[in-house]
Design a protein around this ligand. Structure first.
Ligand code: FES
Ligand SMILES: [Fe+2]
Length: 350
């Protein structure tokens, strides 16, 4: 089992927009590179290398002063393009090369995206998460975050094989009655979907919470979308057995995976209810809180514990492991093939 180099010329989710308050500096390592994010007063978001060219202090220990970031050590000031625009000391000369590296950054769907690569940053590569901004606030769970001690491809593997819900999330997101389910894989261009449909099974807790709250059997669908480099959207829900899914309810799970290092990942996630059964304000707020709490618990205590332990085994094996392939791995196999194509720079249908 090998984990390859990071995908280049791609937009990575750096953080939720709400996590970058005006006037603050947020230090975040992305693809092994320490960066500092901030909002220049005149607009936009800047991402600079988090190391001052003077004495190498982290710029994230400085402060925002209007349109510049002032180093906290001796006060050099840098603009959003990374140029030193002020030396406050006698003679005020700015030595040549007193600059810091930058990356293109944009904000879309309440997410700060950073472009990594030498190519022209093309915003059309950002997958559609417009539902995040379009949904009524009571239908959107907490915009959540975990730092996972595992390579981001292992987390993508976890999400592209949701058969694990029957075991790792038994009772909460799945159960053993759901094991006997076919996994279907489709690809269009550089987007991959992995789908599962399970008829007439006991309802897992999270689905019951959103749907009828009566414990009766349901049909369950999951259809998860992957776009490079680590952008996933899970369309999942429950309906009464034998009925059309438009009569049911569920959620869209947003999952954004950004490598911090080869063995650590920034994991941002959020759920948007779809076709929500509206009750009263208090009941809807209860569902929203429960959705946030139960999903956080599932991802932190169940997925994270398992994936981090898996990473430790893989690290110990120094890449010598060959996974045994099961039918449920169909999506994972296709995903790794697409990643290899993108690494080779020759993406296309297959
Ligand atoms: S280290 Fe930044 S100004 Fe000296
Ligand atoms: Fe999981």
């Amino acid at each position: 089992m090998t984990i390859g180099p990071y995908l280049q010329n791609a937009w990575y989710a750096a953080m939720w927009s709400a996590d970058l308050a005006p006037g603050t500096l947020v230090a975040r390592t992305i693809l092994d590179e320490p960066l500092v994010f901030w909002r220049p007063a005149s607009g936009g978001v800047a991402a600079l290398g988090d190391r001052c060219p003077h004495r190498f202090a982290p710029l994230s220990m400085g402060r925002v002063a209007g349109d510049v970031l002032q180093c906290g050590y001796h006060g050099l000031e840098f603009n959003a393009a990374g140029a030193c625009v002020n030396n406050p000391h006698p003679n005020r000369a700015v030595p040549p090369g007193t600059t810091v590296g930058t990356h293109p950054v944009t904000e879309r769907y309440s997410i700060v995206w950073i472009w990594i690569g030498d190519g022209e940053p093309d915003e059309s590569y950002i997958p559609d998460y417009s539902l995040l901004d379009a949904a009524p606030v009571e239908n959107v769970s907490r915009r959540d975050y975990l730092l996972m001690a595992a390579n981001y491809e292992l987390i993508a593997d976890n999400l592209l094989d949701l058969s694990h819900a029957s075991f790792l999330h038994a009772g909460l997101l799945g159960n053993e009655a759901m094991v006997d389910t076919r996994t279907d894989v489709e690809r269009a261009g550089n987007t991959l979907w992995v789908s599962r449909f399970t008829p007439d099974v006991p309802v897992p807790r999270l689905y019951d919470l959103m749907f009828r709250q009566d414990g009766r059997n349901v049909d369950i669908w999951t259809r998860i979308r992957w776009d490079a480099p680590g952008c996933l959207l899970n369309d999942t829900g429950a309906c009464a057995p034998g009925t059309d899914r438009s009569t049911g309810t569920g959620l869209f799970g947003v999952h954004l995976l950004t490598p911090e290092t080869a063995t650590t990942t920034h994991y941002h996630f959020c759920a948007v209810r779809q076709n929500a059964v509206q009750r009263d304000v208090a009941a809807d707020e209860h569902i929203r809180t429960q959705l946030s709490e139960l999903r956080h618990r599932a991802f932190e205590e169940q997925d994270r514990a398992m994936i981090e332990a898996q990473q430790r085994n893989i690290t110990r094996s120094a890449g010598e492991m060959r996974p045994a392939l099961l039918s449920v791995d169909a999506g994972i196999v296709r995903y790794h093939r697409m990643v290899e194509e993108l690494r080779a720079g020759a993406p296309g249908d297959s």
